[in-house]
Design a protein around this ligand. Structure first.
Ligand code: FPP
Length: 257
Protein backbone atom coordinates (compact mmCIF):
# COMPACT_ATOMS: atom_id res chain seq x y z
CA UNK A 1 0.00 0.00 0.00
CA UNK A 2 2.78 2.41 0.93
CA UNK A 3 5.84 0.96 -0.85
CA UNK A 4 8.16 3.88 -0.08
CA UNK A 5 8.71 2.52 3.43
CA UNK A 6 11.38 -0.14 3.74
CA UNK A 7 10.23 -3.37 5.42
CA UNK A 8 12.55 -2.98 8.39
CA UNK A 9 10.80 0.21 9.46
CA UNK A 10 8.29 -0.54 12.14
CA UNK A 11 4.78 0.82 12.63
CA UNK A 12 3.86 0.38 8.97
CA UNK A 13 0.44 -1.11 8.54
CA UNK A 14 -0.28 -2.22 5.00
CA UNK A 15 -4.01 -2.09 5.80
CA UNK A 16 -3.87 1.65 6.43
CA UNK A 17 -5.60 3.42 3.58
CA UNK A 18 -5.98 7.14 3.04
CA UNK A 19 -9.65 8.04 2.66
CA UNK A 20 -10.06 11.10 0.40
CA UNK A 21 -13.55 11.61 1.85
CA UNK A 22 -12.36 11.01 5.40
CA UNK A 23 -11.45 13.60 8.00
CA UNK A 24 -8.48 15.81 7.18
CA UNK A 25 -6.83 17.36 10.26
CA UNK A 26 -7.50 21.09 10.18
CA UNK A 27 -4.19 21.93 11.83
CA UNK A 28 -1.07 19.78 11.45
CA UNK A 29 2.11 20.58 13.37
CA UNK A 30 5.43 18.99 12.39
CA UNK A 31 8.73 18.55 14.21
CA UNK A 32 11.03 18.23 11.22
CA UNK A 33 13.82 16.09 12.62
CA UNK A 34 16.64 14.08 11.10
CA UNK A 35 18.30 16.48 8.67
CA UNK A 36 21.73 15.90 10.24
CA UNK A 37 21.38 12.11 10.14
CA UNK A 38 20.18 12.24 6.53
CA UNK A 39 23.38 14.11 5.64
CA UNK A 40 25.72 11.87 7.72
CA UNK A 41 24.30 8.77 6.05
CA UNK A 42 25.52 10.27 2.76
CA UNK A 43 28.82 11.53 4.21
CA UNK A 44 27.66 15.09 3.57
CA UNK A 45 27.93 18.09 5.93
CA UNK A 46 24.92 18.65 8.19
CA UNK A 47 23.94 21.77 6.27
CA UNK A 48 23.30 19.62 3.18
CA UNK A 49 20.62 17.88 5.26
CA UNK A 50 19.00 21.22 6.11
CA UNK A 51 19.04 22.23 2.45
CA UNK A 52 17.30 19.00 1.50
CA UNK A 53 14.97 19.55 4.47
CA UNK A 54 13.94 22.82 2.86
CA UNK A 55 12.96 20.92 -0.28
CA UNK A 56 10.82 18.64 1.88
CA UNK A 57 9.12 21.73 3.35
CA UNK A 58 8.10 22.75 -0.18
CA UNK A 59 6.73 19.29 -1.05
CA UNK A 60 4.81 18.92 2.20
CA UNK A 61 3.41 22.47 2.07
CA UNK A 62 2.03 21.93 -1.43
CA UNK A 63 0.62 18.51 -0.52
CA UNK A 64 -1.01 19.78 2.69
CA UNK A 65 -2.59 22.71 0.89
CA UNK A 66 -3.99 20.46 -1.85
CA UNK A 67 -5.41 18.06 0.76
CA UNK A 68 -7.35 20.90 2.41
CA UNK A 69 -5.33 21.34 5.60
CA UNK A 70 -6.12 24.78 7.10
CA UNK A 71 -2.96 25.37 9.15
CA UNK A 72 0.47 23.78 8.83
CA UNK A 73 2.83 24.71 11.66
CA UNK A 74 6.47 23.79 11.14
CA UNK A 75 9.08 23.81 13.91
CA UNK A 76 11.91 25.39 11.93
CA UNK A 77 14.11 26.81 14.70
CA UNK A 78 13.74 26.40 18.45
CA UNK A 79 14.94 28.68 21.25
CA UNK A 80 17.39 25.84 22.06
CA UNK A 81 18.82 25.62 18.52
CA UNK A 82 21.13 28.60 19.21
CA UNK A 83 23.38 26.10 21.04
CA UNK A 84 24.41 24.56 17.70
CA UNK A 85 27.77 25.46 16.08
CA UNK A 86 27.90 28.99 14.71
CA UNK A 87 28.26 27.84 11.13
CA UNK A 88 25.11 25.72 11.32
CA UNK A 89 23.07 28.49 13.00
CA UNK A 90 24.21 30.95 10.32
CA UNK A 91 23.13 28.51 7.61
CA UNK A 92 19.74 27.94 9.26
CA UNK A 93 19.23 31.71 9.44
CA UNK A 94 19.89 32.00 5.70
CA UNK A 95 17.47 29.20 4.77
CA UNK A 96 14.28 31.29 5.00
CA UNK A 97 15.83 33.79 2.55
CA UNK A 98 16.55 31.07 0.01
CA UNK A 99 13.20 29.39 0.68
CA UNK A 100 11.04 32.48 0.27
CA UNK A 101 13.06 33.87 -2.66
CA UNK A 102 12.23 30.77 -4.66
CA UNK A 103 8.95 29.62 -3.20
CA UNK A 104 6.78 32.72 -2.68
CA UNK A 105 5.42 32.68 -6.27
CA UNK A 106 4.36 29.06 -5.73
CA UNK A 107 2.78 29.98 -2.38
CA UNK A 108 0.86 32.78 -4.07
CA UNK A 109 -0.29 30.38 -6.80
CA UNK A 110 -1.43 27.91 -4.11
CA UNK A 111 -3.21 30.73 -2.21
CA UNK A 112 -1.11 29.97 0.92
CA UNK A 113 -0.56 32.63 3.60
CA UNK A 114 2.76 32.75 5.45
CA UNK A 115 2.73 33.47 9.19
CA UNK A 116 5.19 33.02 12.02
CA UNK A 117 5.20 32.33 15.71
CA UNK A 118 8.17 32.75 18.04
CA UNK A 119 10.58 35.51 19.00
CA UNK A 120 11.18 36.58 15.40
CA UNK A 121 12.40 40.00 16.57
CA UNK A 122 15.55 38.30 17.92
CA UNK A 123 16.53 36.78 14.56
CA UNK A 124 19.21 38.42 12.38
CA UNK A 125 17.87 41.38 10.35
CA UNK A 126 18.23 39.58 7.00
CA UNK A 127 16.18 36.61 8.24
CA UNK A 128 13.48 38.92 9.62
CA UNK A 129 13.34 40.83 6.34
CA UNK A 130 12.81 37.64 4.33
CA UNK A 131 10.05 36.49 6.64
CA UNK A 132 8.31 39.88 6.81
CA UNK A 133 8.48 40.16 3.04
CA UNK A 134 6.89 36.70 2.57
CA UNK A 135 4.14 37.54 5.07
CA UNK A 136 3.44 40.78 3.20
CA UNK A 137 3.41 39.15 -0.25
CA UNK A 138 1.01 36.40 0.83
CA UNK A 139 -1.23 38.42 3.17
CA UNK A 140 -4.20 38.54 0.78
CA UNK A 141 -4.18 34.79 0.22
CA UNK A 142 -7.14 33.02 1.75
CA UNK A 143 -6.03 29.38 1.70
CA UNK A 144 -3.85 27.35 4.05
CA UNK A 145 -1.77 29.15 6.66
CA UNK A 146 1.88 28.09 6.57
CA UNK A 147 3.00 28.96 10.07
CA UNK A 148 6.74 28.85 10.77
CA UNK A 149 7.79 28.44 14.39
CA UNK A 150 11.03 30.42 14.37
CA UNK A 151 13.02 31.01 17.54
CA UNK A 152 10.10 29.36 19.28
CA UNK A 153 9.95 27.47 22.59
CA UNK A 154 6.83 26.21 24.33
CA UNK A 155 7.87 27.15 27.88
CA UNK A 156 9.02 30.62 26.77
CA UNK A 157 5.65 31.07 25.02
CA UNK A 158 3.79 30.10 28.19
CA UNK A 159 5.88 32.48 30.31
CA UNK A 160 5.23 35.35 27.88
CA UNK A 161 1.52 34.51 27.97
CA UNK A 162 1.40 34.44 31.79
CA UNK A 163 3.33 37.73 31.95
CA UNK A 164 0.82 39.35 29.58
CA UNK A 165 -2.10 38.13 31.66
CA UNK A 166 -0.39 39.12 34.93
CA UNK A 167 0.01 42.64 33.55
CA UNK A 168 -3.70 42.74 32.71
CA UNK A 169 -4.50 41.67 36.27
CA UNK A 170 -2.11 44.25 37.73
CA UNK A 171 -3.71 47.00 35.64
CA UNK A 172 -7.10 45.80 36.89
CA UNK A 173 -8.33 45.00 33.38
CA UNK A 174 -8.79 41.38 34.44
CA UNK A 175 -9.63 39.76 37.75
CA UNK A 176 -7.46 36.75 38.74
CA UNK A 177 -10.47 34.42 38.67
CA UNK A 178 -11.26 35.47 35.12
CA UNK A 179 -7.96 34.01 33.87
CA UNK A 180 -9.59 31.22 31.89
CA UNK A 181 -8.54 28.73 29.20
CA UNK A 182 -10.08 31.08 26.67
CA UNK A 183 -7.99 34.03 27.90
CA UNK A 184 -4.84 31.89 27.72
CA UNK A 185 -5.78 30.69 24.22
CA UNK A 186 -6.22 34.28 23.08
CA UNK A 187 -2.88 35.40 24.54
CA UNK A 188 -0.78 32.51 23.17
CA UNK A 189 1.24 32.86 19.98
CA UNK A 190 -1.46 30.84 18.18
CA UNK A 191 -4.03 33.46 19.24
CA UNK A 192 -4.00 35.01 15.75
CA UNK A 193 -5.56 31.84 14.31
CA UNK A 194 -9.29 31.31 14.16
CA UNK A 195 -10.42 29.62 17.38
CA UNK A 196 -11.21 26.25 15.79
CA UNK A 197 -7.77 26.04 14.15
CA UNK A 198 -5.58 26.97 17.11
CA UNK A 199 -4.76 23.51 18.46
CA UNK A 200 -3.14 20.99 16.10
CA UNK A 201 -5.25 17.90 15.58
CA UNK A 202 -2.18 16.00 14.46
CA UNK A 203 1.46 16.28 15.49
CA UNK A 204 4.03 14.57 13.29
CA UNK A 205 7.66 14.00 14.29
CA UNK A 206 10.12 12.43 11.89
CA UNK A 207 13.38 10.54 12.51
CA UNK A 208 12.20 8.06 15.13
CA UNK A 209 12.48 10.36 18.15
CA UNK A 210 9.36 10.22 20.30
CA UNK A 211 9.22 13.44 22.29
CA UNK A 212 7.78 16.93 21.81
CA UNK A 213 10.94 18.95 22.55
CA UNK A 214 9.29 22.07 23.95
CA UNK A 215 6.87 22.44 21.02
CA UNK A 216 3.32 23.81 21.52
CA UNK A 217 3.10 22.56 25.12
CA UNK A 218 -0.40 23.96 25.72
CA UNK A 219 -1.82 23.46 22.22
CA UNK A 220 -0.92 19.74 21.95
CA UNK A 221 -3.09 18.74 24.95
CA UNK A 222 -5.51 16.67 22.82
CA UNK A 223 -3.54 16.21 19.60
CA UNK A 224 -2.95 12.85 17.99
CA UNK A 225 0.77 12.04 17.75
CA UNK A 226 2.34 10.28 14.79
CA UNK A 227 6.00 9.31 14.97
CA UNK A 228 7.81 7.96 11.94
CA UNK A 229 11.29 6.58 11.36
CA UNK A 230 11.55 8.55 8.12
CA UNK A 231 14.13 11.34 8.21
CA UNK A 232 12.71 14.79 7.43
CA UNK A 233 14.43 15.22 4.01
CA UNK A 234 12.76 11.94 2.91
CA UNK A 235 9.30 13.00 4.08
CA UNK A 236 6.99 14.03 1.23
CA UNK A 237 3.37 14.26 0.14
CA UNK A 238 2.92 10.47 0.27
CA UNK A 239 4.34 10.34 3.77
CA UNK A 240 1.92 13.08 4.79
CA UNK A 241 -0.99 11.12 3.33
CA UNK A 242 0.07 8.05 5.30
CA UNK A 243 0.22 10.10 8.53
CA UNK A 244 -3.28 11.40 7.80
CA UNK A 245 -4.47 7.86 7.03
CA UNK A 246 -3.27 6.83 10.51
CA UNK A 247 -5.07 9.87 11.98
CA UNK A 248 -8.26 8.88 10.17
CA UNK A 249 -8.21 5.49 11.93
CA UNK A 250 -7.90 7.02 15.38
CA UNK A 251 -10.88 7.63 17.60
CA UNK A 252 -10.53 10.98 19.35
CA UNK A 253 -12.59 11.12 22.54
CA UNK A 254 -11.30 14.31 24.29
CA UNK A 255 -11.72 12.61 27.67
CA UNK A 256 -15.26 11.42 26.90
CA UNK A 257 -16.42 7.93 25.92
C1 FPP B 1 16.25 19.08 12.94
O1 FPP B 1 17.14 18.16 12.35
C2 FPP B 1 16.04 20.19 12.04
C3 FPP B 1 16.24 21.50 12.35
C4 FPP B 1 16.70 21.98 13.65
C5 FPP B 1 16.04 22.54 11.33
C6 FPP B 1 14.79 22.38 10.58
C7 FPP B 1 14.84 23.21 9.36
C8 FPP B 1 14.45 22.80 8.14
C9 FPP B 1 13.86 21.49 7.87
C10 FPP B 1 14.49 23.70 7.01
C11 FPP B 1 13.54 24.80 7.30
C12 FPP B 1 13.20 25.57 6.16
C13 FPP B 1 12.81 26.85 6.24
C14 FPP B 1 12.23 27.44 5.07
C15 FPP B 1 12.93 27.70 7.44
P1 FPP B 1 18.52 17.90 13.07
O2 FPP B 1 19.51 18.84 12.52
O3 FPP B 1 18.35 17.99 14.55
O4 FPP B 1 18.81 16.43 12.63
P2 FPP B 1 19.58 15.31 13.46
O5 FPP B 1 18.75 15.07 14.70
O6 FPP B 1 19.60 14.15 12.55
O7 FPP B 1 20.93 15.86 13.77
Amino acid sequence: MFPWFSKKEKKIDSEVKFEPEGKIPKHIAIIMDGNGRWASKRKLPRIAGHKEGMEAVKKVTTAASKLGVKVLTLYAFSTENWKRPDKEVKFLMKLPIDFFDHFVPELVKENVQVKTMGYVENLPAHTQDAVINAIEKTKDNTGMILNFALNYGGRAELLTTFQLLAKEVKNENLSPLDVSEEKVNDALMTGFLEKEFRDPELLIRTSGEERISNFLLWQLAYSEFYFTEELWPDFDGKSLKYAIAIFQKRNRRFGGL
